[in-house]
Design a protein around this ligand. Structure first.
Ligand SMILES: Cc1cc2nc3c(=O)[nH]c(=O)nc-3n(C[C@H](O)[C@H](O)[C@H](O)COP(=O)(O)O)c2cc1C
Length: 338
């Protein structure tokens, strides 16, 4: 069982239970983004009053964790980590490495979180799960999950391409007797106000933080996110197939369109055949990632890329998003019946 069960609905509580337990003052989580959200970003978000998260990739090493987790904790405030359930189903070691550093929150997404959730609870972490459809929401309502993160298909990076953030959030708020966080397409104070006004306990933001100065992403990737419009993304498995990464087929990724996705996203079978034939495409994409060649490398980002800028610090982003309060106050005044 979790050290601090949070089974109260956020919407009918004068005090936000999740906020009390995790200690954030701004209801802003940076999404756990493998390759972008390391210790520096997590620490900067937590130091700014939000809640900082580490993104744990499938091939994380103990050395990486021993370097990045203390950095994340260096703000002196709470921090968390996000891991992939389908990776942990084969091997729980990445989770064990994380838990050794005492995160207060662990999010286990993209597959069944069962054994991993039990292990995280044993070590005293709260456990969250990102959900992308009604069946996953039902799974997250079981007792071993403390926090539901509704991740709509407009979001960046991997996830289902089934339901958008607002329908999923509304369903979760109706059904969940536990805190609900909204994710996908949120990048401005108005967006944060929309989901908090609906009853979410916090906003979970990936793409805008991927472009932050503290993000580990390549400069060219940050610049590409900053330059993109809201309709510049594509949802595809092409980059995973090229890189030979075993993501379950229901979890494609939303990325900025580029030369590689324009060539292959509509022709996945031909891509799989080409990758099966020799190493050429795999090497091209791996090299492009290393060099920051944005024509061939995956640039995981959601529709909110069109609302994101490069060159902003995490503190600037959190301060900007904290403007949700005045958005909510203005709305309350505008619609007041008294
Ligand atoms: C660059 C990038 C990498 C991501 N990597 C992960 C990851 O490793 N683990 C995870 O749970 N989610 C990952 N996500 C998904 C986020 O947790 C979140 O669902 C998404 O960013 C929310 O939508 P937004 O990008 O519109 O803010 C990633 C997203 C991005 C943009």
């Amino acid at each position: 069982m979790p050290a601090h069960p949070v089974n109260a609905s956020s919407s009918d509580q004068p005090v936000n239970a999740l906020q009390q337990i995790l200690g954030f003052t701004e209801p802003i989580f940076n999404a756990p983004m493998a390759g972008a959200a390391g210790g520096e970003l997590a620490a900067a978000v937590s130091a700014a009053g939000g809640f900082g998260m580490l993104g744990i990739g499938g091939n994380v090493t103990k050395e990486w964790m021993d370097r990045e987790a203390p950095l994340a904790a260096s703000s002196g405030r709470g921090w968390g980590a996000g891991l992939m359930a389908w990776v942990l189903a084969k091997n729980l070691e990445p989770l064990e490495h994380v838990l050794a550093h005492g995160p207060s929150f662990v999010c286990i997404s993209f597959g069944d979180p069962g054994p991993a959730a039990a292990l995280a609870h044993e070590s005293g972490s709260l456990v969250g799960m990102q959900v992308g459809n009604a069946a996953e929401l039902s799974r997250a309502l079981e007792d071993d999950i403390d926090v539901v993160i509704c991740r709509g298909n407009e979001g960046g990076g991997h996830g289902r391409n089934e339901v958008s953030t607002l329908p999923l959030l509304q369903l979760a708020l109706e059904r969940a007797g536990k805190p609900v966080i909204a994710a996908g397409g949120l990048a401005t104070a108005a967006g944060v106000a929309a989901v908090l006004g609906a009853g979410a306990s916090a906003a979970w933001i990936g793409t805008r933080f991927a472009a932050a100065t503290e993000s580990m992403s390549h400069q060219n990737i940050k610049a590409a996110i900053g330059a993109a419009d809201i309709d510049d993304t594509v949802y595809t498995r092409a980059f995973d197939i090229a890189q030979r990464i075993d993501w379950p087929v229901q979890y494609g990724g939303r990325a900025l369109r580029n030369e590689f996705s324009d060539t292959w996203a509509e022709d996945i079978e031909a891509l799989a055949a080409a990758v099966g034939a020799d190493d050429t495409l795999t090497k091209q994409v791996d090299d492009a990632r290393a060099k920051g060649d944005t024509s061939l490398a995956p640039i995981y980002a959601g529709q909110s890329a069109g609302l994101s800028a490069a060159g902003q610090s995490a503190a600037e982003i959190v301060a900007d998003l904290a403007g949700f309060r005045s958005v909510l106050e203005q709305a309350a005044r505008r619609w007041s019946t008294s």
